[in-house]
Design a protein around this ligand. Structure first.
Ligand SMILES: N[C@@H](CCC(=O)N[C@@H](CS)C(=O)NCC(=O)O)C(=O)O
Length: 139
């Protein structure tokens, strides 16, 4: 019997989902794509925090892009994403972690949406630029 394809819960404009789709593609893993709408209440049963992405692989459910990518790295050792050299591996994980925890969450819709109406679009854009620039300079 053919193994069931993993299911990726994703959204087209989500950068977090995008990085998982890149990892799946680099590893050549076939998967089922399920588009999640922002107001989809059923999705809460898959991921109580209601963010995309999440990956269902048989009875294993993983959410959060970096956790999913590291799961894929362990499950599908072909086309390794991380270098084996300790120093280079640490640097790669540092960059990934800075993107996931020190750039994206500080300038995402969830945060910029909170100040919507209080700041103009130019000021919001400045905040976005500030954290992206700061994060990338940190690498
Ligand atoms: N740390 C999470 C963040 C997930 C996240 O923020 N996802 C965004 C899309 S990139 C989302 O679902 N936003 C919906 C919302 O803010 O309600 C990850 O890397 O997967």
């Amino acid at each position: 019997m053919a193994a069931m394809k993993p299911v990726l819960y994703s959204a087209a404009i989500s950068s977090c989902s995008y990085r998982v789709r890149i990892a799946l593609s680099l590893k050549g893993v076939e998967y089922e794509y399920r588009a999640v709408e922002w107001n989809d209440t059923d999705y809460e049963k898959i991921n109580p925090i209601k963010y995309v992405p999440a990956l269902q692989d048989g009875d294993i459910l993983v959410s959060d892009s970096l956790a999913i990518i590291l799961y894929l790295e362990d499950k599908y050792p072909q086309h390794l994403l991380l270098p084996q050299d300790l120093k280079r591996k640490a640097l790669n994980l540092q960059i990934a972690s800075i993107v996931c925890s020190s750039i994206q969450p500080l300038q995402c819709y969830a945060v910029i949406g909170l100040i919507k109406g209080k700041l103009g679009p130019d000021e919001s854009l400045q905040i976005v630029h500030h954290y992206i620039d700061k994060g990338f300079r940190g690498n």
